[in-house]
Design a protein around this ligand. Structure first.
Ligand code: CTP
Ligand code: ZN
Length: 153
């Protein structure tokens, strides 16, 4: 095998979120406020990918996401791969899967929803339709397209 250089430098310990659709890397960083913690983060945007044409990649050092957190990424990147890195080796690799529900992280876009009035933990039930991923608020039972949540603002 010919030696090849990584497009983004290897990390010693942490998590690599790979195979993010081009354009979603920035949204993921912003939405999950990944850069608000103290860990070094390196990002590659519009990288050439064998499978995807172009992809984004996010490397978060010294951090391991739990499966619940990782699966929330599926809203933005349904085919993302999570790689856990220890001592420069990939010690765990899995694909994210769309969760059945997302708790506490999203605000309901319906301004009349009780969840925007009372201090409750938000909850959305996740489903898929022809137009994409749909999130249904547990409280007001209104459904919203995933794009409403993942657009940059
Ligand atoms: N990686 C890294 N630091 C390391 C090891 C790996 O940043 N010390 C990154 C690689 O750049 C790659 C991802 O972690 O983006 C997964 O590594 P690896 O499994 O070696 O790459 P591939 O075989 O190309 O992965 P896949 O088959 O999932 O595309
Ligand atoms: Zn609601």
């Amino acid at each position: 095998m010919p030696q090849h250089k990584l497009q983004v430098e290897a990390i010693a310990h942490g998590t690599v979120i790979d195979h993010i659709p081009a354009g979603m890397g920035i949204r993921i960083l912003k939405f999950f406020q990944l850069s608000n913690q103290d860990h070094p983060i390196t990002v590659g945007l519009n990288l050439r990918s064998k499978h995807q044409g172009k992809k984004d990649i996010i490397k978060v050092e010294d951090t391991v996401f739990d499966v619940t957190q990782a699966n929330q990424l599926a809203l933005f990147a349904k085919d993302a791969t999570i790689n856990v890195i220890d001592d420069y080796e990939v010690v765990e690799k899995y694909r994210v899967t769309l969760p059945d529900a997302i708790d506490s992280v999203l605000a309901c876009p319906n301004s009349n929803c009780i969840s925007n009035e009372e201090p409750v933990n938000t909850k959305f039930h996740i489903g898929e339709s022809a137009s994409g991923v749909i999130l249904k608020c547990h409280y007001c039972e209104k459904s919203f397209n995933q794009r409403l949540f993942t657009e940059l603002n």
